[in-house]
Design a protein around this ligand. Sequence first.
Ligand code: COA
Length: 217
Amino acid sequence: MNNLMILGASGNALDILDIIDSINDRAVTDSERWQVDGLLDDRLPEGSLWQGLLVRGALSLANAIEDRQFIMAIGSDKSYRSLPALVNATGIGAHQWATLIHSGAAVSRSAKIGKGVYIQFGSSIAGLVHLEDHVKIAANATIGHETRIGWGTIVAPGVIISGGVVVHRNVYIGAGAVIRQGLEIGEGSLIGMGAVVVKDVPAHSIVAGNPARNLYE
Ligand SMILES: CC(C)(COP(=O)(O)OP(=O)(O)OC[C@H]1O[C@@H](n2cnc3c(N)ncnc32)[C@H](O)[C@@H]1OP(=O)(O)O)[C@@H](O)C(=O)NCCC(=O)NCCS
């Protein structure tokens, strides 16, 4: 049995609970099963319950807990830029971050999947894709062959990323966005929901629309 603590009571945490259920439903051996031992969250009172899970305290408690694995559930289009600082502040060692893949996701055997990654139902991860640590893939996303997705990037539901795309660190890709093959998406950028991206996206920019353009130029 693997023991997991979720960091942050959020919509992402609900996704993670569904992923855990799907893994446990299919598990054959005990070593494949996960038990969620509660949450760490800075806003909820210690000892309270969230979705039936015990809130064990603030995120800063994580580095004192050695016998658990962790998954970071914080990250939205508003908060994604603070993810590197949040992850660093936990002090959690690389070996303690879980990798969780919904049993209804299709992940190529040649894909490389980092630590702290989760992949939700219906997503397809093609051959030679590399998902770096702490990438979040929501439901029904398609990641084309040989695409690399950088550390901490969040891919919202229904995104389609074609083959050979390089997404740098700490990007947010909004729901239903589509990215043409071979493009480069700069570090810290945000792609709005429904965007059709046909050109490289500069670092730290916010693009949206069809074709996607900088929203704030
Ligand atoms: C792009 C985005 C970050 C902009 O948010 P914001 O900075 O709060 O901007 P606003 O909502 O004030 O919109 C600013 C302008 O951009 C337009 N706009 C916002 N989002 C847009 C989008 N996705 N596509 C096209 N235009 C968009 C607005 O209509 C508005 O235009 P106006 O100034 O002519 O009225 C946001 O709308 C977005 O797409 N976030 C991703 C959401 C998502 O994917 N969620 C998934 C959750 S699972």
